[in-house]
Design a protein around this ligand. Structure first.
Ligand code: SF4
Length: 287
């Protein structure tokens, strides 16, 4: 039976993108190929918030659960889902164990919107081989809408792509709606452009599911970079929607940016994505 290292598994409202407002199960896998230490920082600088927390944790193992971890106002807001210093907080679970936990956290009655978000970290790293076991489990059949929240750098394996494409075949007992929510990283993330912008990879997602881009930005300069980058994806054959979403994993930063980013989206003819988990739940772990 396959196993997946799970950072978090929780039930909340999807705060971003196509399914904003939809009650959803979030499966946060462990591991990421990026650090995104530039978010919320002046250009060219990197955040040390997460590394400072990690240093404390390594010295005195001060945090026993995700819920005890501090939130950060700069850098990656889900830092503990990929930093090696926190790997002890993320158990390796069999797909059967993940299914059981998923069933436990779902409300018992009247569950109408069957949406599963597989997020990270970067969920399309090595775990692609385990998802068919998880999604084929009979109890998971009610989860008919599935979103992968990815940074858009990881190619689908041919086996996993074929598996996802089969959900679109009309002769199935039930079909699944697969979505790729691609948060491609612009320079404000601190990641190198040649590593972060992979139009060929993202265009291939389109064959396996509904695919859209979501750029996290703060300034007009970022928005202009998003437009230029979108052109690069379009030239490769990307046909999906494009959202602008404000930087800000904590309310003080989010409220500085959200209105400006919404206005930039209107000016540029792009979609605005909120991050509702911030005003609703303060973006606490498990929300
Ligand atoms: S890609 Fe996402 S999870 Fe990975 S470091 Fe960047 S913001 Fe964090």
């Amino acid at each position: 039976m396959s196993k997946i290292k799970i950072a978090e598994l929780f039930y909340s409202i999807q705060g971003e993108g196509r399914y904003m407002g939809v009650p959803s199960v979030f499966l946060r896998t462990f591991g990421c190929n990026f650090k995104c230490a530039g978010f919320g920082m002046p250009r060219g600088e990197v955040s040390h918030e997460a590394t400072d927390i990690a240093a404390t944790h390594s010295m005195i193992e001060s945090f026993q659960t995700y819920g005890e971890l501090p939130l950060v106002s700069t850098g990656c807001d889900s830092y503990a889902s990929w930093m090696p210093e926190f790997k002890d907080l993320s158990p390796m679970l069999t797909t059967d164990a993940i299914v059981e936990r998923t069933m436990e956290i779902l409300p018992e009655n009247n569950w109408q919107d069957a949406h599963l978000v597989i997020t990270g970290g970067e969920p399309l790293l090595g775990w692609q081989r385990a998802y068919p076991d998880l999604l084929n489990h009979p109890k998971m059949a009610k989860l008919k809408e599935i979103t992968f929240e990815t940074n858009g750098t990881q190619k689908l394996t041919s086996e996993f792509k074929d598996y996802l494409m089969r959900w679109q075949m009309p002769d199935l007992e039930f079909q699944r709606e697969i979505t790729f929510s691609v948060s491609a990283k612009l320079s404000c993330s601190g990641e190198a452009r040649h590593e972060a912008i992979k139009p060929d990879v993202v265009c291939e997602y389109q064959e396996a599911g509904h695919t859209y881009l979501k750029f996290v930005i703060a300034t007009e300069e970022d928005a202009e970079e998003a437009l230029e980058t979108l052109d690069i994806y379009r030239a490769e054959g990307f046909t999906g929607h494009c959202y602008l979403m404000p930087v800000g994993g904590v309310e003080s930063v989010y409220t500085l940016n959200n209105r400006r980013v919404a206005e930039l989206a209107m000016k540029m003819g792009l979609r605005y994505s909120d991050r509702l988990q911030v005003p609703l739940f303060k973006n606490e772990w498990g929300t």
